[in-house]
Design a protein around this ligand. Structure first.
Ligand code: AMP
Length: 285
């Protein structure tokens, strides 16, 4: 596996793959890799002749500097996992390499209404930072397909808007959420949970699952409230938002018959660790 640190070397690698007509799959990550990331990598390796993974903790998508500083970094271990998974190249630049001085005055991306709700509302600037890094990465890696996890459900909708508005020719592939055996969605941030916090964190998914049953004979509002009330009643847990939305537009819905594809997206603080998850209430046939 090739370890690439500079923009120049990344471009050179990509041009070579295109020259020899190899299909390229790309998995952007912030490292501290777990089985969730690796499920995306596995799929990319299966579906493409060449797989590139980026490992870059993107400073400009963090609206909270403390969160950025505390974000886990396990580069050596990540590289071992990626090599074992059959990855051809890992791109792990420094922040200075990615954002040279003149690049800092960056443009505003058009990301549509999907970027204004939920994460967009609670993390100002987050999606502009995600868009900026992906715009650079897509142009360097020039992949045929890019793989994203449905754990970050909203991110996928925003990325689809980004590639459309920027005219980037890449197929966006959405991959299902990987969970621990107790239901907790795998996340790099889980490593920051204390033992006690880790033992209550699965309540997030258990509550979401229960709410799907509950929703069969209750309104959208009642379903929303039962989730929030239950999770807020657990010591150390605090719901930041829980939005039940149309999965295509991410606009909030009021009635279950408003859409054939409905998801509930949640963000919960467990202590000072911010965890996100989501669940489907309706899935199109
Ligand atoms: P991150 O390193 O958190 O930026 O995540 C990199 C990619 O891995 C994103 O597309 C995430 O949605 C995806 N991902 C993270 N956790 C999971 C998970 N538990 N299951 C599936 N995909 C995931």
């Amino acid at each position: 596996m090739k370890i690439i640190r500079t923009l120049y070397d990344m471009t050179e690698f990509s041009v070579r793959q295109r020259d020899r007509n190899a299909s390229v799959g790309f998995v952007p990550t912030m490292g501290a890799l777990h089985e969730g990331h690796l499920s995306l990598v596995k799929r990319a390796v299966e579906e493409n002749e060449v797989t590139v993974v980026s490992v870059f903790v993107n400073p400009i998508q963090f609206n909270n500097q403390e969160d950025f500083k505390k974000y886990p970094r396990t580069e050596e271990e990540d590289f071992k996992l990626l090599a074992a998974a059959g990855v051809d190249a890992v791109f792990a630049p420094t922040a200075d390499e990615m954002y040279p001085e003149e690049e800092k005055a960056c443009k505003e991306y058009f990301l549509g209404k999907a970027s204004e709700v939920m994460e967009g509302k609670y993390r100002p600037g987050h999606f502009q930072g995600v868009a900026r890094v992906l715009d650079i990465l897509f142009r360097l890696v020039n992949p045929h397909r890019a793989y994203f996890g449905e754990k970050d459900f909203q991110q996928i909708a925003v990325v689809r808007n980004l590639v459309k508005s920027e005219g980037i020719n890449v197929e966006i592939v959405a991959c299902p959420i990987k969970r621990a055996s107790d239901g907790l969605a795998l996340s790099s941030r889980n490593s920051r949970l204390t033992e006690e916090q880790r033992s209550v964190a699965p309540e997030i998914y258990q509550t979401l699952k229960y709410s799907v049953e509950y929703s069969r004979d209750h309104s959208v509002q009642a379903t929303h409230d039962t989730v929030v009330e239950h999770l807020d009643s657990i010591p150390g847990m605090s719901v930041e938002y829980f939005d039940i939305v149309d999965a295509r537009t991410l606009a909030p819905i009021e009635e279950w018959d408003e859409s054939d594809w409905i998801v509930g997206c949640i963000t919960v603080y467990v202590g000072d660790v911010r965890l996100i998850d989501n669940i489907a209430y309706r899935i199109p046939n």
